[in-house]
Design a protein around this ligand. Structure first.
Ligand code: RB5
Length: 148
């Protein structure tokens, strides 16, 4: 299951990515928004992040105009490693090295074709583990210390 959400700036791309997921036969939960009416990206970043953090979804996709505000928001939820990607290399390596569980996209930055390729790369790449698992564990420790 993939959780997907956007603000108004990412709404059109979210609908396009949903069609792409349909074509791939991948199940998703649409966490909103439901139109291109102006709304607040932290609400949708949190909704997707919670679905992933709670185990309802294995991965998340968040989209706003730049991808920045919604990725910052998603990263505030414990256990979330949201990565803003504007190219396939970053999408591959944030899975291989960071075990990123949420992909953030900037709808006003990316073309539709590139956005789909980034999604494909993110969803098909596995975490390498090894020395990278130690580093991801350090991120979790940092998160715990900040919450105390
Ligand atoms: C909305 O206009 C815009 O600020 C939002 O989509 C996003 O780019 C914020 O980071």
């Amino acid at each position: 299951m993939i959780a997907i959400g956007s603000d108004h700036g990412g709404y059109a791309l979210k609908e396009q990515i949903k069609k792409h997921l349909d074509e791939l036969g991948l199940a998703y939960k649409d966490c909103g928004t439901d139109s291109d009416a102006s709304c607040d990206y932290p609400i949708y970043g949190e909704a997707v992040a919670r679905a992933v953090a709670d185990g309802e979804a294995e991965r998340g996709i968040v989209i706003c105009g730049t991808g920045i505000g919604i990725s910052i928001s998603a990263n505030k939820v414990k256990g979330i490693r949201a990565a803003l990607c504007g190219d396939c290399y970053s999408a591959e390596y944030t899975r291989r090295h960071n075990d990123a569980n949420v992909l953030a996209l900037g709808a006003r930055v990316l073309g539709e074709g590139l956005a789909e390729k980034i999604v494909d790369t993110f969803l098909s790449t596995e975490f390498e583990g090894g020395r990278h698992a130690r580093r991801v564990a350090l991120i979790a420790e940092l998160e715990e210390r900040e919450r105390q």
